[in-house]
Each structure stands twice: as structure tokens, then as C-alpha cells.
Design a protein around this ligand. Structure first.
Ligand code: HEC
Length: 305
């Protein structure tokens, strides 16, 4: 009897199995579209949408204001993994900023104390700060007064407010230079190209009064007149002050100003790299140590009684 039941159940099981497999066969033969056809349809759709987009872009009139000359990619010596800022260049760049750019541009995030141990000693930076007269107060009599600057004072602003800055510059506001390197697409190379790229406008280009032409600036017409010329200042370390030298130094200074922690980060990166490198074999050994019982054991299944 039990043998019969066993046989029946085995047959039932076999029946169930066959019915599942026949259902599976039904599903697979019931597919209407082959994968190839679906892929072709999707590709056709993408191509169609793409060509409509291109067509619409071509219909738009070309705008000369959008034509920008992209700067060449210069190889800045502080860009490598192990490279640091050339501090002599940062110091010269600060001199260029102070004597040329600070007439129009602010650097609000920088104080004199930031220069200490970067490109000035503390005594030099204090002397530098004292040259600037800073408004302070009110004093006991309720009056504002001027005093020589301190290390904690920010760099002085050339204009009292945005409106005054615009009024003095043909309606354009000279942007804060503190993070300008990070705020432009081609960073240092763009600013170097901008400072050295002034030239006459091409024939037929109408330049408004008080504007200058610079092919690297979007649209070409810029409210900032050429600021750097050969020998416009005299470097205190005697470096020949050619236009490209001035531009390179001020860009190095601006790059440092936008990311003063760069060297700290690189140093930390190197330390972390060394530690991780040394820890790798230890981690590898520890993993083998912990896993060896798992890897060397065998599991046998015994038949129950
Ligand atoms: C006489 C005032 C003046 C001086 C000096 C000056 N600038 Fe400018 N600068 C401007 C004005 C105004 C603008 C805004 C231009 C515009 O938007 O058309 C500007 C814009 C800029 C920009 C931004 C350009 C952009 O892509 O938007 C940078 C960078 C810059 N100046 C750097 C410098 C540096 C570096 C120096 C010193 C070597 C300097 N400027 C000296 C007035 C000045």
C-alpha cells in the first residue's frame, strides 16, 4: 500500500514538474517582440529625439557674444601631488595685488595674519598691516577714529560700497578676488590669459566707451582696462617685472588665497597614504588569520537514522 502511495505521489510530483515546465515553454513562445526589435526601436527613438534637438539648435541664430577664446592649459608648478606653492612667487604676487589690483578689487576673506609664515614673517606682516589705516571705534567720546592696522584686520577695501565701485568702473563691479580662481571654469590658466591677453578688437567690432577688448572674456568687451604692463612695479627681490612674470605671480597668489590649506591637505594625504600602505600587509595577514578555520574546515552530511 505504502509502495503504491509513494508511486502515486512521485507521479503527482512528476506531473507538477511537467506542468511548470510546459507553462514556462508557453511564456517563452508567447513573447511578441524579440530583444533585437526592442533595442532597434529604442535606438531609433533616441536618434529621433537627438536630431530634433540638433535641428532646434541650428535654427537659433549664432550669437557673437557667446564666442569665447579658451585659454591654453599652462602647467602650474603647484599642481602636482607632491608640489607646494612657490612662496617667493606668492610674496611677489601679494605685492602685485597690493600695488595694482587692490585699487579696484577686494579680498574680503584675507587678513594680514594669513600672510604670516606663508610669505612674511610675523614682524614683516605687522609692519605691512600698520601701513594701512583702518577705521575703528566708537571711542569713549562716541567717535569713529582711524588707527594703524593690526594682524587681525582684513585687507582694506578700495570702495565704501558696491554702488561706489560700480560708479567708478563703468557700471561693472570688480569681483572679490578671494576665491575668483575657483569661480572661473579654467581657473589659473584663465586668469593668466585674461591678464596678458588684451589686444585690439577685430575689424568691425564696436567697443563701447570705456571698455577694453579681451578675447578670453566672454563677449570680448571688459570693463577692466589692461592692468599689467612690463615694469609697472618694481619687485623687492629684484626679479625682472615682465608682464607675464607679474601675471604668473599674482595668479599664484590668488590661487593660494583661494585654497590656503592645499599644502596641509597634500601633507596629510601623503601621511595617510604611507600609513595605509604599511597597514595593507597587516590587514591581509589578519584576514587570513581570522578566516583560516573557515577555509580549512570540511562539512559532511550524514544520513539520519
Ligand atoms: C581700474 C580698476 C581695476 C584694476 C586695477 C584691476 N581690475 Fe580686475 N576688474 C575690474 C573690473 C571693473 C572688473 C569687472 C569687469 C567686467 O565685468 O566687465 C574686473 C574683473 C576682473 C576679473 C574677473 C573677470 C571675469 O571673468 O569675470 C579678474 C579675475 C580680475 N579683474 C583680476 C584682476 C587682477 C589680478 C588685477 C591686478 C593685476 C586687476 N583685476 C586689476 C577692475 C579692475
Amino acid at each position: 500500500m505504502s509502495a503504491l502511495l509513494a508511486k502515486a505521489s512521485r507521479q503527482g510530483f512528476l506531473q507538477a514538474k511537467t506542468s511548470i515546465s510546459s507553462q514556462g515553454a508557453c511564456i517563452s513562445t508567447g513573447r511578441r517582440f524579440s530583444r533585437k526589435k526592442i533595442a532597434l526601436a529604442v535606438a531609433g527613438g533616441v536618434l529621433g529625439v537627438g536630431s530634433v534637438g540638433v535641428g532646434m539648435a541650428l535654427l537659433r541664430p549664432a550669437n557673437a557674444q557667446e564666442l569665447i577664446l579658451h585659454p591654453p592649459h599652462y602647467r602650474w608648478d603647484f599642481k602636482g601631488y607632491f608640489a607646494a606653492y612657490d612662496k617667493a612667487s606668492v610674496r611677489r604676487g601679494y605685492q602685485v595685488y597690493k600695488q595694482v589690483c587692490a585699487a579696484c578689487h577686494t579680498m574680503e576673506a584675507l587678513c594680514y595674519r594669513h600672510l604670516v609664515d606663508v610669505c612674511y614673517s610675523e614682524r614683516e606682516a605687522k609692519r605691512e598691516a600698520e601701513e594701512a589705516m583702518v577705521w575703528d571705534g566708537p571711542n569713549d567720546a562716541g567717535q569713529m577714529f582711524q588707527r594703524p592696522g593690526k594682524l587681525s584686520d582684513p585687507f582694506p577695501k578700495p570702495y565704501d560700497n558696491v554702488e561706489a565701485a560700480k560708479a567708478a568702473n563703468n557700471g561693472a563691479y570688480p569681483p572679490d578676488l578671494g576665491h575668483v580662481v575657483l569661480a572661473r571654469e579654467e581657473a589659473e590658466s584663465y586668469i593668466f590669459a585674461l591678464l596678458t591677453g588684451y589686444c585690439d578688437p577685430p575689424a568691425g567690432y564696436e567697443l563701447a566707451d570705456g571698455m577694453a577688448y579681451n578675447p578670453y572674456f566672454a563677449g570680448g568687451a571688459i570693463s577692466m582696462a589692461q592692468a599689467l604692463y612690463n615694469e609697472i612695479i618694481e619687485y623687492e627681490d629684484g626679479t625682472p617685472a615682465t608682464q607675464s612674470q607679474l601675471a604668473k605671480d599674482v595668479v599664484t597668489f590668488l590661487s593660494w588665497a583661494s585654497d590656503p590649506d592645499l599644502e596641509q591637505r597634500k601633507k596629510f594625504g601623503i601621511k595617510a597614504g604611507v600609513v595605509l600602505f604599511l597597514m595593507t600587509p597587516v590587514a591581509f595577514y589578519y584576514k587570513r588569520f581570522k578566516f583560516h578555520t573557515l577555509y580549512t574546515q570540511q562539512i559532511f552530511w550524514k544520513k539520519g537514522k
